[in-house]
Design a protein around this ligand. Structure first.
Ligand SMILES: [Zn+2]
Length: 288
C-alpha cells in the first residue's frame, strides 16, 4: 500500500522555514560566524574553510596548527581505510574548539616497517601476523587497500616542507598525531623542529593506559574512536562471529566484545581536556 504524506499547515510553514534558513546559511547571508566564539560547537576550525579574516582572528587568538597524520591502510574488515586520519582529524576538530587553533587537511602518506618477501614489498600490518601468539596468527600478505608507505627520508621532506610553511604563515605550535609510525617519527624529531623552525611541537601520546588516541591497531581503542566520531563508517558485521577466530590485521584488545561509541567518547573527552591543558600552558609561555 502506498503511504501518503499528510502535512498540516503549521508543519508546512515549519518545513519551509527550515529549508529557507538552511539555504541562507550555505549562501552566507547569516551574520558572519564568530571564529572566536565562546560556544565551542559554533567555531570554524578547518584551515581549508577559513577566509583570510577568519584565519587572522584564529591565529591571533591561538597560533596552533593541528596536523592529522593519516594513512590509507587496512584497519580490519570493519573499519574504513582512512581510519588513522579520520580519528586524528575528528579529535583535532574537538580540541581546536576547546584550545584554539586551526586544523589542517589530513596526510595519507607515512612511514612503516617494510620487508621484502619473494620480491614483494610488505608494510606494517602485512607482516605482523606470523610472529603473533597462537590463535592470533595470520600469514604474511598484502592487505587490501593499503596505499600509504613512504620511506622516512621522504616523510622527513614532506613534514619539513609543511612545518616551514606553517611557520611562515604565523603558527608557533604544531600538534601532529595519528598513524603510529608517523607519530613516532614526529615525536622523535621534536628538538630538530625547534632548532630548525623555532616551532614547539607535540603529539598526543599520553594519558591513562588504553585511553590514548590511536594506541592499538583497529582493535578496542581505534574501533571505539571511529564509532564515536564516524559511526556510519563502522561495519562490525564484517568481522568473524566466532570468538576463537581472530580477525586478520588487528592488533590489541578484541573490538567485537570491548569496543563501543561510549568508550570512544570517554577517551575523546579525557584527551581533549588533557591536551587543552598542555596547550594553554604552552600558549601562556609564548605570550610572556
Ligand atoms: Zn590506525
Amino acid at each position: 500500500m502506498k503511504k501518503i504524506a499528510v502535512f498540516t499547515l503549521p508543519a508546512l510553514i515549519f518545513l519551509f522555514l527550515g529549508i529557507f534558513s538552511g539555504f541562507s546559511r550555505t549562501e552566507g547571508k547569516q551574520p558572519t560566524q564568530d571564529v572566536t566564539s565562546t560556544k565551542p560547537s559554533e567555531q570554524k576550525v578547518l584551515y581549508a574553510e577559513l577566509t583570510p579574516q577568519e584565519f587572522r582572528e584564529r591565529i591571533a587568538a591561538a597560533p596552533i596548527a593541528y596536523l592529522p597524520l593519516g594513512t590509507l591502510e587496512w584497519h580490519g574488515e570493519h573499519l574504513p581505510l582512512g581510519s588513522d586520519g579520520l580519528q586524528s582529524y575528528g579529535f583535532f576538530i574537538r580540541l581546536a574548539r576547546e584550545a584554539g587553533g586551526i586544523v589542517l587537511p589530513m596526510l595519507f602518506l607515512g612511514p612503516d616497517r617494510r620487508v621484502e618477501v619473494d620480491g614483494r614489498e610488505l608494510y606494517g600490518m602485512d607482516t605482523l601476523g606470523e610472529n603473533r601468539p597462537e590463535g592470533k596468527r595470520y600469514k604474511n600478505q598484502q592487505l587490501a587497500g593499503s596505499a600509504y608507505w613512504v620511506p622516512e627520508e621522504t616523510f622527513m621532506t614532506i613534514i619539513e616542507a609543511t612545518l616551514k610553511q606553517l611557520k611562515r604563515a604565523g603558527f608557533k605550535i604544531v600538534v601532529a598525531h595519528g598513524h603510529g609510525p608517523s607519530t613516532g617519527f614526529f615525536n622523535k624529531n621534536k628538538d630538530r623542529w625547534k632548532e630548525k623552525f623555532g616551532l614547539e611541537t607535540f603529539s598526543c601520546w599520553g594519558g591513562p593506559q588504553g585511553m590514548g588516541i590511536q594506541v592499538d591497531h583497529a582493535a578496542m581503542n581505534e574501533t571505539s574512536l571511529v564509532m564515536a566520531l564516524r559511526p556510519e563508517l563502522v561495519r562490525m558485521d564484517r568481522l568473524p562471529e566466532d570468538p576463537n577466530s581472530w580477525p586478520v590485521g588487528i592488533s590489541g584488545k578484541d573490538p567485537r566484545t570491548l569496543a563501543s561509541a561510549g568508550l570512544g567518547e570517554e577517551i575523546l573527552k579525557l584527551q581533549t581536556e588533557r591536551m587543552a591543558k598542555i596547550l594553554s600552558q604552552e600558549l601562556a609561555k609564548i605570550d610572556k
